[in-house]
Design a protein around this ligand. Structure first.
Ligand code: ATP
Length: 589
């Protein structure tokens, strides 16, 4: 199962330096530290250039027996430069690491807040594993660039340019000779770098795909086991990882070739230069300086190729990140209290709603749906599976906007109500309750952040959850979710009800559990729901018709259209009606 957008996104080359420059925006707040780091780096690199010259002089001085004072002076000078380099590089590393850590934290925070604010349809296109790897893998790749790559780039450029100037001064003739060989090397290194990078990118893609397999199967381990899919998944994972290894190995071959080329090219050049130096009678100290410069330059050139590869990788990662940051987000606001003009009174109107999901434009999920729920009414929506009941909930929450028509609250178009304030007044008790890894108190407290323990207990009591929570040795502090104890379906529902109680919403949406709870659980859940619905507008998606008899209005949905509407008493009297059929079916079973 391969998501096409996933592949398309990954295939996007977008290798522009532009995204790297955009990164600088995140470094800006720390520009002073960054500038200091760069300054120290420059000084250390430039002073490093004096080393070969001084070493040459040291050798020549010692050999010719010139007054030992000068030789000692040069030796001290060398030590002084080394000390400066040591101190400077210590501070340079500290500065750069500080800037990197702060920048990456800011970037992670931006990406995360962008991710959670993206509209629902984005999550239909992309997989969770892929999105979360933006924050983990891609941001981590950038760590390398800030910590090392930039420093290496500057240092190597200084060494190459400065080294070449000093080479010219040391021996013009030998330099020209060497320069005849160098440009060829540089061009070849660049071509190789690009080529190798292509494999690195492909391997990265495969890593993402195989991580998705691991994540999805571990998350859905119940289904994997229930469908005896272990061996199928193992072979799927094996396929991906083998492909990854194959690509990696092929990339390795080219990297090996690259290294071989460097040995022959660079060191061959050195041998040629020494030979020419010795045969043309260059002094040994001078030749040593020259060779050291040449080695410096040579290693900088190979280093530059690495810098290039690493830059390419980071450009890939940054492009992915900025692509993500360009996805529009929902207009959410971090409000404290709901503005009086945005307070809902609970009247809902669905006006001639037409809707299809952005991913499946040809399937018209809702076709001209209109209904009304008065304040504090209980409206039930029934209908066969796939009729569009959950879609109505998504539209109420404005997780999607209708293609045609509008949702109105108290006569006001929902599009004009600030999104966060709207959603804050609607609570959903879903069919499949998701518990966060944490304590029961935290899970209930999710309904209203900042709720006191007494409020949480009161909510749990109203939701008929307090009785079972109390029985746990740790009570409210019991850890639930992935790493904690597992709650039963009925218990999870009651936690969700407690959340909703705490939220005290104006509008309540109940997606009834289809899984049959045992009668005691069902009674407790139903009783809690009844209490919760009092004094609120409630929309109940009902799977068991027994629970909707008391509803003020029942809407019967069939293939995206309302086919019947009325009270239980009215609908049961419609001969040949869908509701009558459905209820006869349920009660005779
Ligand atoms: N995220 C989605 N993307 C594309 N199509 C979807 C999506 N969610 C639902 N659909 C389609 O929309 C139609 C209505 O689905 P919906 O979930 O609203 O039905 P439902 O009445 O709630 O069904 P059930 O009782 O089984 O939960 C179905 O054909 C479904 O395949």
């Amino acid at each position: 199962m391969q998501n096409s957008t996933f592949v398309k996104d990954k295939e996007r080359k977008g290798n522009s330096l532009k995204s790297l420059f955009r990164l600088l925006h995140y470094v800006k707040p720390y520009r002073l530290e960054f500038g200091m780091g760069l300054f120290l780096l420059l000084i250390a690199s430039v002073s490093g250039l004096a080393l070969p010259k001084l070493l040459g002089q040291l050798i020549d001085g010692g050999k010719q027996g010139i007054d030992s004072g000068a030789t000692t002076y040069i030796a001290w000078l060398l030590l002084g430069i080394l000390a400066i380099q040591a101190i400077f590089s210590f501070f340079r590393v500290v500065f750069f690491v500080n800037v990197t850590e702060k920048t990456l934290a800011a970037l992670r925070q931006t990406v995360y807040s962008h991710l959670v604010k993206m509209p629902m349809h984005v999550f239909l296109h992309k997989r969770v594993g892929e999105l979360s790897s933006r924050i983990s893998a891609d941001v981590t790749l950038l760590q390398e660039i800030f910590n090392n790559t930039l420093a290496e780039l500057v240092r190597q450029l200084v060494i190459i340019v400065g080294g070449l100037v000093l080479l010219m001064i040391t021996s013009f003739q030998l330099t020209v000779f060497m320069l005849l060989l160098l440009p060829v090397m540089v061009v070849l290194a660049e071509v190789f770098g690009r080529f190798i990078n292509k494999y690195a990118m492909q391997v990265q893609d495969k890593v993402a795909v195989s991580n998705t397999i691991v994540e999805e199967t571990l998350q859905g381990i119940f289904s994997v086991k229930a469908f005896v899919s272990e061996f199928f998944e193992i072979s799927r994972y094996r396929g991906q990882t083998n492909e990854m290894a194959r690509l990696g190995m092929r990339g390795g071959k080219y990297r090996g070739l690259f290294d071989a080329f460097v040995i022959v090219g660079i060191f061959g050049t050195l041998v040629a230069v020494i030979y020419r130096g010795v045969t043309t009678g260059v002094a040994s100290g001078e030749l040593l300086s020259f060779l050291l410069y040449a080695v410096y330059i040579a290693s900088s050139i190979t280093g530059l190729a690495e810098v290039y590869t690493s830059l390419q990788k980071s450009i890939g990662a940054t492009t992915h990140l900025f692509d993500l940051l360009e996805e529009p987000v929902e207009a959410l606001t971090d409000f404290k209290t709901i503005a009086p003009e945005n307070q809902l009174h609970g009247k809902i109107n669905f006006c001639n709603i037409h809707f299809h999901y952005p991913t499946r434009e040809n399937i018209h999920v809702l076709q001209g749906v209109s209904f009304e729920a008065f304040s504090n009414q209980k409206v039930a929506i029934v209908g066969s599976s796939g009729a569009g009941k959950s879609t109505i909930v998504s539209l109420l929450l404005r997780l999607y906007d209708p293609v045609e028509g509008g949702v109105f609250f108290d006569g006001r178009d929902s599009a004009t109500i600030p999104l966060s304030e709207l959603r804050a007044q609607i609570a959903v008790v879903p069919q499949d309750v998701f518990l966060f890894g944490g304590t029961i108190a935290e899970n209930i407290g999710y309904g209203r952040r900042g709720a006191s323990e007494d409020e949480i207990i009161a909510a749990a009591e109203k939701a008929n959850a307090w009785e079972f929570i109390q029985r746990f040795p740790l009570g409210l502090e019991t850890i639930v979710g992935e790493r904690g104890i597992q709650l039963s379906g009925g218990q999870r529902q009651r936690i969700a009800i407690a959340r909703a109680v705490l939220k005290a919403p104006r509008i309540l949406i109940l997606d009834e559990a289809t899984s049959a709870l045992d009668s005691e659980s069902e009674r407790l859940v139903q009783d809690a729901l009844d209490k919760l619905m009092e004094g609120r507008t409630s929309i109940v998606i009902a799977h068991r018709l027994a629970t909707v008899r008391q509803a003020d209005k029942i809407i019967v949905l069939h293939q995206g259209q309302i086919v019947e509407e009325g009270t239980h008493r009215e609908l049961i009297g419609v001969t040949g009606g869908l509701y009558k059929n459905l209820s006869e079916m349920q009660f005779t079973n």
